[in-house]
Design a protein around this ligand. Structure first.
Ligand code: NAD
Length: 370
């Protein structure tokens, strides 16, 4: 089979979908791997390193020509894929709920779009899950970026000139990113508290040495480990809890997402106004509509003396590690289904149906049709 890896073209995207390590492994399965020249440059991977791993380097059209599988971080524009084999697979992030036109274009082109963000949250798919691998890095980076904007130190310091108080950090949303944010803020010496709407996270928060802040009756666990949207009554309860707690915080990291919906607003302008000047809020959901009123992607907005920030693509701020993990997720996914006799991957129903968006000229995914 021929596997093609293109240079990412989306603005601000620094990651690449394969590394020399995974190129070598794909070749080990009997494939030919074509990598577009310069594809790894932003992730500090040279063309020579891909070449040494056995990849054939070329321009985009040359790489795609006759390809059976195209790997991407973000799905490439369909116009780039006209030379691929009919029915070729494209595995990447498709942002399927927002980018309907792109999904339709893939269907029309007769390509099989495999949406890596639709990977089911089941144990055997953990090593294939790009949302987890990238969120983990994003949670870490959010805390470092916050520390950089904060005009004070994180840990308590007792010096001859007096004591510096530890920063108080509140993490809202304790999934993969939130847990890493808690761990990172703790390591830097902050006093950390955290909240979520899934009750099982309370134990995870305390096991990291942080304080769990929960309101009674505020439970909204959805399907597959995801949260559900809060009712109006629950929203009011959460607002009360946040209002009480946030005024005493120096740093807030928000990570709350609900699949297929705009991110919930967790921090209002009125609540920001109660925080001390110089406090910093990092909104990890800013690209999905934002958890914080007034946050703007890739800007530091100052409101009531509080800095509000968030990146449109946080993992892209750690391109080398983010690429390494993304590339392994792709390899773990395809190799798990490798049929040696056919020399090709054969997806099973559970994972295939979950991630396949288009096939045979149609949009076939139940989540999109529903
Ligand atoms: P996510 O990115 O969908 O959401 C981030 C967090 O925000 C979640 O913890 C969610 O409960 C929380 N949240 C949503 N609405 C909120 C609100 N109004 N207020 C406060 N918090 C709110 O979640 P995620 O990081 O992908 O992970 C969720 C869970 O799924 C975790 O327990 C994780 O370990 C699990 N998971 C399992 C697998 C697997 O088994 N393959 C893969 C990924 C995640």
């Amino acid at each position: 089979m021929k596997i093609a890896v293109l240079k990412e073209r989306a603005a601000g995207e620094t990651r690449v979908a394969a590394t020399p390590e995974t190129v070598k492994k794909f070749i080990g399965l009997g494939n030919e791997v074509a990598v577009e020249k310069g594809a790894g440059a932003s992730a500090s991977i040279t063309d020579e390193a891909y070449g040494e791993a056995g990849a054939v380097l070329g321009d985009a059209a040359g790489c795609v020509k006759g390809a059976d599988i195209v790997l991407g971080v973000q799905a490439p524009d369909v116009a780039l894929l006209s030379g691929a084999k009919p029915g070729a697979w494209v595995a990447a992030l498709f942002d399927p709920f927002q980018q309907n036109d792109r999904v339709e274009a893939y269907a029309k082109a007769g390509l099989e779009a495999l949406s890596m963000e639709f990977m089911p949250r089941i144990t055997r798919a953990q090593s294939m899950d790009v949302l987890s691998s990238q969120s983990n890095l994003a949670g870490y980076k959010a805390v470092l970026a916050t520390a950089d904007e904060y005009g004070r130190a994180f840990p308590m310091m007792m010096t001859a000139a007096g004591t510096v108080q530890a920063a108080r950090c509140f993490v809202m949303g304790v999934g993969v990113a939130g847990l890493q944010a808690i761990a990172t803020a703790k390591r830097l010496g902050a006093q950390v508290s955290a909240t979520d709407v899934r009750p099982e996270t309370a134990e995870q928060i305390t096991s990291l040495g942080a304080k769990a802040i929960f309101a009674e009756g505020l439970e909204a666990a959805g399907e597959g480990g995801y949260a559900a949207e809060l009712t109006d009554e629950q929203k009011a309860k959460q607002a009360e809890l946040v209002s009480e707690h946030i005024a005493k915080q120096d740093l807030v990291i928000t990570t709350a997402l609900i699949p297929g919906r705009k991110a919930p607003v967790l921090v209002t302008d009125a609540q920001i106004a109660t925080m001390k000047p110089g406090s910093v809020i990092f909104d990890l959901a800013v690209a999905q509509g934002g958890n914080v009123e007034g946050s703007k992607p890739d800007e530091v907005v100052v409101k009531h003396g509080v800095k509000i920030m968030g990146y449109s693509n946080t993992p892209a701020h750690l391109p080398a590690d983010a690429s390494a993990l993304f590339a392994r997720n792709h390899f773990n996914f395809l190799s798990a289904f490798w049929d040696k006799e056919a020399g090709a991957p054969m997806l099973d129903e559970e994972i295939g149906d979950a991630i396949r968006l288009t096939k045979g000229g149609e949009v076939v995914n139940a989540r999109l049709k529903g």
